[in-house]
Design a protein around this ligand. Structure first.
Ligand SMILES: Nc1nc2c(c(=O)[nH]1)N[C@H]1C(S)=C(S)[C@@H](COP(=O)(O)O)O[C@H]1N2
Ligand SMILES: [Mo]
Length: 307
């Protein structure tokens, strides 16, 4: 995986370009230029950590106008059109199962004392499109450490909000809501696994899963469950929404893998959203480019069986 070289990184910004995205990217360039001194002045040192890609991020427009969020409909434009009315404050997350301090936590309490980090991640949907997204958030491990994982826990189950009054896709029963996902505990504790609270340095847009959504960059996008209201530590592998619907097509692991095709289409390449009509397809990378960080998690597993 290509690593950052922030000192030579430019974004071709014009002085007149003062969109939020430009300001955010400018801040990043500025931090890179100022080096270690800047890292102690307000922003987390992790912002320049090893996990961000140096690929240019998609525009805020791309990231917020082409979404999958079936609670608002099946169409890619439905979330942008219909998620605006979602109430995201106050917000509480129930944390239960095999934890030391179970409870219903106000989002502010859950995040209190944790450092919001910047992570520019590749994002690869199982439908073979992709983006590059500059998230802000906290490692899931920091939240799990806060509530205390009991020794018997082996998996983490996630549940999204299902509020029919504000979610037309839920009201219409498009899927068997609430949307559910799950990770093995070692996947959940991996430093790449993020609980996103924002993107481009701004509050997470509703269509991207406000106010708190999972981001697991080496797995297909459907693992990254949005608008989370419940996290459960368990000793058994949780059932997940897509696995429940089409177990032959969507597995529990759902690691990005160009060598294991979806039964109905190839996973060898992807279309980068925002590249324009004639942009060439991009090769899909093993574990979405995060192989060096996560391959060890799957040692000894047959990834064609554990798809
Ligand atoms: N609750 C919930 N989470 C979800 C989905 C969904 O429909 N509901 N769609 C998933 C899929 S298929 C993808 S590709 C990503 C899309 O995230 P984005 O819209 O922020 O790009 O969200 C994932 N998380
Ligand atoms: Mo997806």
């Amino acid at each position: 995986m290509a690593q950052n070289n922030r000192t030579t990184r430019t974004f071709g910004l014009q002085p007149a370009d003062v969109t939020p995205r430009a300001l955010w990217l400018n801040r990043r360039s500025l931090l890179a230029g100022m080096g270690a001194i800047a890292l102690t002045a307000g922003r987390p040192a992790q912002a320049a950590g090893p996990y961000s890609t140096d690929l240019p991020p998609n525009s805020l427009e791309d990231i917020t106008s082409y979404n999958n969020f079936y609670e608002f409909g099946f169409g890619k434009e439905d979330p942008a059109r219909l998620a605006g009315g979602l109430t995201t404050s106050p917000w509480a997350v129930q944390i239960d199962g095999l934890v030391e301090r179970p409870g219903t936590y106000a989002l502010e309490d859950l995040l209190a004392g944790l450092t919001i980090e910047d992570r520019i991640y590749r994002f690869r949907c199982v439908e073979a499109w992709s983006m590059v997204i500059p998230w802000n958030g906290v490692p899931l491990a920091a939240i799990l450490d806060k509530v205390g994982v009991q020794s018997g826990a082996r998996f983490v189950a996630f549940e999204s909000l299902a509020r029919p009054e504000e979610m037309p896709g839920v009201a219409a029963g498009l899927l068997n809501f609430p949307y559910r996902e799950g990770l093995r505990l070692d996947e959940a504790m991996h430093p790449l696994t993020l609980m996103a609270t924002g993107l481009y340095g701004e509050t997470l847009p509703n269509q991207n899963g406000a106010p708190l959504r999972l981001v697991v960059p080496w797995k297909y996008g459907f693992k990254s469950a949005k608008s989370l209201v419940r996290i459960t530590l368990t000793d058994t592998q949780p059932t997940t929404t897509w696995q429940g619907l089409q177990p032959a097509e969507y597995g529990f692991y759902a690691n990005v893998n160009p060598k294991v095709d979806h039964p109905r289409w190839s996973q060898a390449s992807e279309r980068r959203v925002g590249g324009g009509l004639f942009a060439p397809r991009v090769d899909t990378l093993m574990f979405n480019g995060y192989e060096e960080f996560v391959a060890d998690l799957y040692k000894g597993q047959d990834l064609a069986v554990d798809y």
